[in-house]
Write a protein that binds this ligand. Structure first.
Ligand code: NIG
Ligand code: FE
Length: 450
């Protein structure tokens, strides 16, 4: 739904596009609201520090009977509903949302997904139920390499329409910022195509996408007997080209026994660093191999998965700025019965984020609400801790601390209106979509009115 902004300033008001903020406060002539939400029963602001660490994870900055006024893509005013309505002038085309006493939260920040693929792998889901392991299947006909064979045979159009469906679903489930990895191409041509598909939708879809290059997701079929050659192509061809075309903000490596070793991961990321890419790692997902320790040593923005992280790995993460991104849906969908040590990481002072890992192999789900629910039940996080990990700390895991995942005056206007009165309903009333409205960059992009 498009918003119309007034363009003349003869009445003393600035056009919304010209509203200026200094230290989060609007300056200049009064600006008018282009979107207002009133009658919010419970507004989770997440105002305050980013990241949230330890007990601060429980601090949601809740306001009751609140309202939000938005100008352009920023929050102009936030506070008691009547006061916001009374003090903020309204643009003629202002969008009005009545939350009817319901819940509003920041949009989810899903900081780990692999959404660029065509073929789904439900056959492997069933094989796992029959007792086969993820690595057994990957070593046979399935796994990442099966997705790679399929992606290489798929056209760009198919890939685009498949990605679009996933982005639509994410947005309608309340995710307003998502990280998206390549990693099912594993050749220069198909990795670039995957990242271009991400860029295509980033320029057209309301969801905001942070792209990650994951050419080191696996060693493709044609290099199985010469993995060194593949690493050479990654370092000398793919990374320089991805950087040159500015197609990714992060470089990620699947550092895992049977995939890339700690030594290889270090070499690949070191090369990526020379081209200005920041680091993420798939670390200690199935077996402990020292991935978490390497992530900290390299100053990675995040170390992800950590189901099998070692004690020294927990210690290293807990005294670092590297975010421990936990993906409970992966333990769930792989049927591992083993979950990352979230409580240990939290109590030792680690920065914990929650994300979906949305991918065709180990967890096909776009739902952050479901991850919040799994985080509560399997990590024993409180609903407040899980919600903080899925918003403000998700933003930190994308290098966007203070820029996303928090609702305060002057900050980005990304939020969700829920058919719920209390934030604890998100994990408690699971498996359904309680989202009624989504506002991204100040625009109403999902509406219950349509
Ligand atoms: O995060 N671990 C590596 N990548 C995905 C799985 C990818 C796949 O099986 O297609 C993950 O679990
Ligand atoms: Fe992953």
């Amino acid at each position: 739904m498009a918003l119309t902004s007034a363009s003349d300033s003869s009445d003393g008001f600035l056009p919304e596009s010209e509203v200026r903020f200094i230290h989060g406060k609007p300056v200049g002539p009064p600006s008018r609201a282009t979107l207002m939400v009133k009658h919010i029963g419970q507004l989770v602001t997440m105002r305050g520090p980013a990241p949230r660490i330890g007990p601060a994870l429980n601090d949601l900055g809740i306001l009751e009977n609140a309202g939000i006024a938005v100008a352009g893509d920023r929050i102009l005013a936030i506070g008691p509903s009547d006061e916001v309505e009374g003090r903020v002038p309204v643009a003629p085309q202002c969008e009005l949302i009545d939350a009817q006493g319901g819940l509003v939260t920041p949009g989810f920040v899903d900081s780990h997904t692999h959404p660029v693929f065509n073929m789904t792998r439900e056959k492997e889901f069933e094989l796992r139920l029959q007792g086969k392991s993820y690595m057994d299947i990957a070593g046979a006909e399935g796994g990442i390499r099966a997705s790679v064979r399929d992606l290489r045979a798929s056209g760009e159009e198919t890939l685009r329409s498949e990605l679009r469906k996933r982005l639509d679903r994410m947005l309608s489930l309340g995710t307003t910022t998502v990280e998206a990895k390549s990693g099912y191409g594993l050749s220069t041509r198909s990795e670039l195509m995957s990242l271009e598909t991400i860029r295509y939708w980033n320029e057209r879809h309301p969801i905001e996408i942070i792209p990650t290059f994951l050419g080191a997701h696996e060693v493709p079929d044609e290099f199985r007997s010469n993995r060194e050659e593949y690493i050479k192509i990654l370092i000398e061809e793919m990374i320089p080209e991805v950087a040159k075309q500015n197609l990714a903000r992060f470089c990620d490596v699947f550092c895992e026994e049977g995939v890339f070793t700690v030594e290889e991961t270090g070499r690949i990321l070191e090369a990526a660093g020379k081209y200005g890419l920041r680091f993420k790692l798939h670390a200690d997902e199935l077996k402990s191999s020292g991935g978490a320790e390497l992530a900290v040593k390299l100053g990675a923005v995040s170390a992800d998965h950590l189901i099998a992280v070692s004690k020294p790995g927990i210690k290293a993460l807990s005294s670092s700025n590297t975010v421990a991104t936990l993906l409970p849906g992966t333990s769930y969908s792989l049927g591992l019965g083993k979950y990352a040590p979230a409580r240990d990481l939290i109590s030792k002072g680690g920065i914990v984020a929650l994300a979906t890992d949305c991918n065709p192999g180990s967890n096909y789900s776009e739902s952050m609400a479901m991850m919040v629910s799994l985080g509560c039940l399997h990590y024993r996080m409180s609903p407040a801790e899980a919600l903080s990990a899925a918003t403000v700390n998700g933003a930190v895991a994308l290098g966007l601390a203070g820029e996303r995942g928090q609702l305060e005056e002057g900050r980005h206007a990304d939020f969700v209106v829920w058919d719920a009165k209390d934030y604890r309903e998100i994990p408690y009333h699971y498996g359904v979509n309680l989202v009624t409205n989504v506002v991204k960059s100040g625009k109403l992009v999902v509406s219950d009115k349509e």
